[in-house]
Design a protein around this ligand. Structure first.
Ligand SMILES: O=C[C@H](O)[C@@H](O)CC(=O)C(=O)O
Ligand SMILES: [Zn+2]
Length: 278
C-alpha cells in the first residue's frame, strides 16, 4: 500500500492542530505483519516503508501511477535496515542476510527485490527509505559491527549517543540517500539537541527499540515556532527542510535517520542557538 503525503508551507503549519500535524508529518502504520506499507512524501520524493515478511516472501513493488516506472528501482535507490529478527533481502537472485540493525543499499537498475524472514514466528522487520536516483551504485551490506561509530553528547545533558553512518560519502556510496542509526545510552533521552535545520535537504526519523508504553516527544517546526508530535515505537516522522527534528523520550530509544537533497555532507546543518528556540 502506498500513501501520498504532500509538502507543507511553514506558515500554514503554524495553524495546525494536533490531528492535522499528525496527518501531515507522522507515519504510524508502517509495520504490519505480512504487508509492505509505504508513504510517498512529496518532500524530496522520499519513500518510507516497512515490511514484516511472514511465511511468504514479500516483493518490493509500487504502482506505476505512484512512481512512474515499470519497476521500483528503475529510477530509484533504496536503503534497508532490519530492525527485527534475522532475515534476508534477495536482489535479482542474490541473497543478503541481515541481522538486527544490519543495513543494505540497493541501487538503481535492480529489477527484483524480495524480503524474507528466517523464522515466520520471529520475523524480520525491514525499514525502507528510497530516493530518486540517476546512477547505479553496487549493492552493499553494512553490518552494524562494520559501520563507523561517532560518539556524541553527555550523560549530564541526557543525550549520550552513538551515531552509525551506513550510506554516506565515506562509506557505502549512493546518489542522494544518506542514512544511519543513532542509539541512545540508557539514561539518555534527548536526541539532536541543540537542534538544527538544513534547508538543502529533508529528513525522516524512525523511532524504535521502545517499550509499548514508551513515547518520544518529537520536536518539529521552525526554530521560533516549535511544535511536537507524540511518537510511539516503530513510527516515523517526515521532517521538511525548514523544520527542526529533535526529541525527548520517556526512556532511551534508537532511531534511523534518512536524508535526501542537494548534497550528502552529514555536517551541512544550520545549528540553532538555544536562545533562539521558541
Ligand atoms: O542531520 C543529521 C540528523 O539530524 C541526525 O543524524 C542527527 C542525529 O542522529 C543525532 O544528533 O543524534
Ligand atoms: Zn538533521
Amino acid at each position: 500500500m502506498m500513501e501520498n503525503r504532500y509538502a507543507t508551507h511553514p506558515t500554514d503549519t503554524k495553524s495546525y492542530d494536533t490531528e492535522r500535524l499528525r496527518k501531515q508529518f507522522l507515519m504510524e502504520g508502517l509495520f504490519v505483519p505480512g504487508q509492505l506499507n509505504m508513504v510517498y512524501s512529496h518532500v524530496d520524493r522520499l519513500i518510507t516503508g516497512g515490511v514484516i515478511p511472514l511465511k511468504e516472501p514479500v516483493k518490493l513493488e509500487a504502482d506505476k501511477h505512484d512512481i512512474g516506472a515499470d519497476y521500483f528501482l528503475e529510477r530509484r535507490e533504496i536503503g534497508i535496515v532490519n530492525i527485527g529478527a534475522k532475515g534476508s533481502v534477495i536482489v535479482d537472485g542474490t541473497g543478503y542476510e541481515l541481522d538486527n540493525k544490519d543495513g543494505l543499499y540497493v541501487g538503481l537498475g535492480n529489477r527484483e527485490v524480495w524480503f524474507k524472514s528466517a523464522d515466520a514466528l520471529n520475523p524480520a522487520r525491514f525499514y525502507l527509505s528510497s530516493a530518486p536516483a540517476h546512477q547505479h551504485y553496487p549493492t552493499e551490506k553494512v553490518a552494524i559491527g562494520r559501520a563507523e561509530p561517532a560518539y556524541l553528547g553527555s550523560l549530564a545533558q541526557s543525550n549520550e549517543r552513538t551515531i552509525y553512518k551506513y550510506f554516506h560519502p565515506n562509506g557505502v556510496q549512493s546518489c542522494q540517500l544518506v542514512m544511519g542509526m543513532t542509539l541512545l545510552k540508557p539514561g539518555s533521552m534527548w536526541n539532536t539537541m541543540p537542534s538544527h535545520t538544513h534547508s538543502r535537504r529533508s529528513e525522516t526519523y524512525l523511532y524504535f527499540d521502545m517499550p509499548e508504553d514508551g513515547v518520544v516527544f518529537h520536536m518539529m517546526g521552525e526554530p521560533s515556532e516549535t511544535r511536537h508530535l507524540v511518537v510511539r515505537n516503530e513510527q516515523a516522522v517526515i521532517s521538511p527542510s525548514w523544520s527542526i527534528h529533535s526529541g525527548v523520550g520517556t526512556c532511551h530509544y534508537t532511531f534511523i535517520w534518512a536524508m535526501a537533497g542537494e548534497n550528502q555532507e552529514f555536517a551541512d546543518m544550520d545549528m540553532i542557538a538555544m536562545q533562539d528556540l521558541r
